[in-house]
Design a protein around this ligand. Sequence first.
Ligand code: CTP
Length: 464
Amino acid sequence: MINITKIEKTYPFLKTIANAAEQLQTEIYIVGGFVRDLLLEREKKEIDFLVIGDGISFAEKLSEKIGGEKISVFRNFGTAHFRYNYFDLEFVGARKESYDKSSRKPVVTNGTFKDDISRRDFTINTLALSLNKKNYGELIDTFGGLADLEQKLLRTPLHPEETFNDDPLRIMRAFRFAAQLNFNVSDEIKSAARAMAERLKIVSQERITDEFLKILASPKPSIGLKLLQETEVMKVIFPEFANLQGVDQRQDFHHKDVFFHTCKVVDNISPNTDNVWLRFAALVHDIAKPQTKRFVENVGWTFHGHEDLGARIMKGIFTRLKLPFHQLEYIRKLVRLHLRPIALAKEEVTDSAVRRFIVEAGEDLHDLITLCRADITSKNMEKVSEYLANYDRVMNRVLEVEEKDKLRAFQSPVRGEEIMQLCNLKPSKKVGEIKTAIENAILDGIIPNTYEDALSYLYKIKDK
Ligand code: CTP
């Protein structure tokens, strides 16, 4: 439950706001994610306040009274926002939507606490904390949000079709919260999501992509990805990805179905990186498998060239999903190269093949190996260790070649000038030959790479 005295210790300004609201004779509640996260013991820097009456004018007066930073007012949305004590405070007046018979567009007017709360997305987001004198610190739970929090369940306060009708993006929000909080979603939400998936087409791409990336950034993205797939919402928002289901592949190395295999790869990589773009690379690394699938006698299904095709179609996907173009090359590179390291695991691979790989992967080499390791989804633990050992071998080869190259790029500690002096030589080919001889002695491990050793070696060879 909520202990307001304890909360005031962490957020002392809540009392200040409560006092100011009382002076301004305004009824005010903390609502939404802040209350939810307080109960889940998650930290949150944004606080939503529900004001009964005019939220904007209250925020303006409050900010003046308590000295908030510059206030931003969004009249279209009826909200005002300012920063205070390193927190983002957002104020909204209670609203209700009603339908004029002659138009299908809702009319938004001032409403009561209950009107507003019932139009919110999920019961766990309808919990409100009173800052009013009469019931200061009381948790108001109109729709059983507390029980749902305890049962880790997402439900809508009204019938889900009604809640989703207000904002179809809430379909994705349900799956995003499920992935972020490791919650289940109610069967009613799933059915409504399936029935209303097409309505997401009226939502802006930016909002959709934002939710999708939040799913990807969550601790176990597959929870959200599978919900999107199961309800066929994925078909609407990311059809290329939805198409991976039903594509079988060899079972020993990977999971049988490409969609479920990919979900596993994304889950595998997530504990190893918070970089959402590396996770995105994991998500799309096999995206072109459906198009490249062929049956080869005695081999089974093959997907030749899926890495190149995948890299090529990435631009179209980035354009449609409105993803940031400065990440395109990185994703393309990881998709294109994701099979390369395993090809380098063979014993007979030459230094130059390894060198070419180092140059192509460049600064993303470690991310690529992280992706390759996550790509092992076999259930056979022996095979998993064998495949992981392959990548260790590749990384050892990489280090080995890098080390050699570092040595190649080095110069003899005894420089040309000194060689000329000590050997009494004019600038000539001979000076270069002596220098190379010293360098080779170091590279071949005949002498250590120090000035003293190089100098005595020079004395030894100078008369030869
Ligand atoms: N809300 C809603 N429908 C939406 C978006 C928001 O009902 N489509 C309501 C919910 O009550 C939500 C609150 O507005 O809790 C604040 O929204 P937002 O800041 O987007 O989400 P949070 O719940 O605070 O969670 P997070 O910041 O983690 O997204």
